[in-house]
Design a protein around this ligand. Structure first.
Ligand code: GDP
Ligand code: IMO
Ligand code: MG
Length: 423
């Protein structure tokens, strides 16, 4: 069963979309299994930028079948806009986009709840993307949410909307979206999406039985996982490899798990980030790396790579290969630091108590930098010695081979190394 996953290892925006785009040309299926419109995956097919939020990045390859599986949440209005944007490029999605009938639906009420919750408790803001992600997942687990199947039947939809409203009414004001204001638009959007709806768990089970190549595209990153990450400063889904079986509805075990990390580290939104740089070096990384959110445009917080955290999440996700992106951004630094642990922290894992996490003070190793522009490199031998030494340090510390190196945003600007996943 040739199954591969591409997952973020940090706090998102590691360059997952770019890597999925480079490998999905060779895949029969590309599957999103968690998250929703909070994702922003930037790709440059034929040099022209596109940012995908809900759609699997495989939509950019016309022979790839794309699945939005049941673990996702989906804003149907935003999804239609995305479909139109992709189809305007001549990439038709009929017959190669499938949406789970069990996917959780984000309604206008969820968007309102996300915004009002952040505004109402300023001291505990998460800094969400305001895409309604938390309230949609909360309604799923509170058993009052809507699913794709509900959008296809007026009676079911009315019942589901009423269910949500009954439990959410105490948190909303009178002018919040209600059953009557949402019913018709949701029915209309459901009708437009009807042709894509399928039992995607069954579909993937059949694809696996036929030995198809299946790629699972992660959104966010392991440090944003709802349980393993820096809770409560996380997203609301399982972003690690453990999220794949439940997210697609199949008890599968993925063969190749490619974990993506930047050569440094970024975070957008609130929450601890031990190796963050709030000085000139941090600004330099932001400028050189163009670190502004693909979904919200917010400046990303920047810092050195945290190898201790990386080793922790590689273990959790059973990462078989690392893909390191944005190595080109480190050109021109005299020296580079890498986080190798925290003062006085002897445990092999990361603290579950957020107050202890916030208190972590990083310990660094300093490595020599390089000046050369490496954005045209096509194999490891093209890299300066110090860049190769940097990669070797990462590999040795984390204990997982680096299989892919990325040196630019374009489709072509990455190459496999000796440690590349075989097959
Ligand atoms: P994702 O959410 O993980 O798909 O990542 P984003 O698209 O949010 O952010 C990654 C950003 O880095 C995008 O603007 C990409 O075009 C860009 N990018 C990806 N890989 C590289 C790389 O190797 N070098 C440079 N300079 N930019 C990259
Ligand atoms: P991709 O797939 C970076 C962050 C938000 C916030 C927290 C919770 O592009 O890597 P949410 O809206 O999910 O309730 O916000 O998670 N966040 C991301 N950060 N990249 C993402 O996705 C993110 N999706 C959510 O900034 O801190
Ligand atoms: Mg992103």
């Amino acid at each position: 069963m040739p199954t591969t996953a591409i997952l973020g290892l940090q706090w998102g925006d590691e360059g997952k979309g770019k890597l999925v785009d480079s490998v999905s040309a060779r895949q029969d299926f590309c599957v999103r299994f968690q998250g929703g419109g909070n994702a922003g995956h930037t790709v440059y097919p034929e040099g022209k930028k596109i940012v995908l939020h809900h759609l699997p990045t495989g939509v950019l390859h016309k022979d790839c079948v794309n699945v939005m599986a049941q673990g996702m949440v989906m804003d149907p209005f935003k999804l239609l806009e995305e479909i139109a944007e992709v189809e305007a490029r001549g990439l038709k999605l009929d017959g190669r986009l499938f949406i789970s009938d069990r996917i959780a639906i984000t309604t206008p009420l969820h968007l309102t709840l996300d915004v009002s919750r952040e505004a109402g408790d300023v001291a505990n803001q998460i800094g969400t993307t305001k895409r309604g992600i938390g309230p949609t997942y909360a309604d799923r687990y509170d058993r009052v949410g809507l699913r794709m199947a509900d959008l296809l039947d007026e009676v079911s939809l009315r019942e589901a909307l009423q269910r949500t409203q009954n439990v959410r009414a105490c948190q909303t004001t009178d002018d919040a979206p209600n059953v009557e204001s949402m019913l018709k638009p949701l029915l209309e959007v459901g009708e437009k999406l009807r042709k894509y709806v399928a039992d995607t768990s069954l579909m993937l089970a059949e694809a696996m039985a036929e030995n198809k190549n299946i790629l699972f595209e992660g959104a966010q990153g392991a440090m944003l996982d709802v349980v393993q990450g820096t809770y409560p400063y996380v997203t609301s889904s399982y972003t690690t490899a453990a999220g794949i079986p439940a997210g697609v509805g199949l008890a599968l075990s993925v063969e190749k798990v490619i974990g993506v990390t930047k050569a440094y580290c970024t975070r957008v939104g609130e929450g601890p980030f031990p190796t963050e740089l709030t000085d000139e070096t941090g600004n330099k990384l932001r400028e050189a790396g163009g670190e502004f959110g693909a979904t919200t445009g917010r400046p990303r917080r920047c810092g050195w790579i945290d190898l201790f955290a990386l080793r922790y999440v590689c273990r959790i996700s059973g990462v078989t290969h690392i893909a390191i992106t944005k190595l080109d951004v480190l050109s021109g630094f005299n020296e580079l630091k890498v986080g190798v642990g925290y003062e006085g922290h002897d445990a092999p894992g990361l603290p579950a108590d957020i107050r202890k996490f916030i208190a972590l003070k990083p310990k660094y190793e300093t490595l020599p930098g390089w000046k050369d522009d490496i954005s045209k490199a096509t194999n490891a031998a093209d890299l300066p010695d110090n860049a190769r030494a940097y990669l070797r340090y990462v590999e040795d510390f984390v204990g997982v081979p680096i299989g892919i190196i990325s040196v630019g945003p374009e489709r072509e600007a990455s190459f496999e190394t000796d440690g590349a996943p075989k097959g």
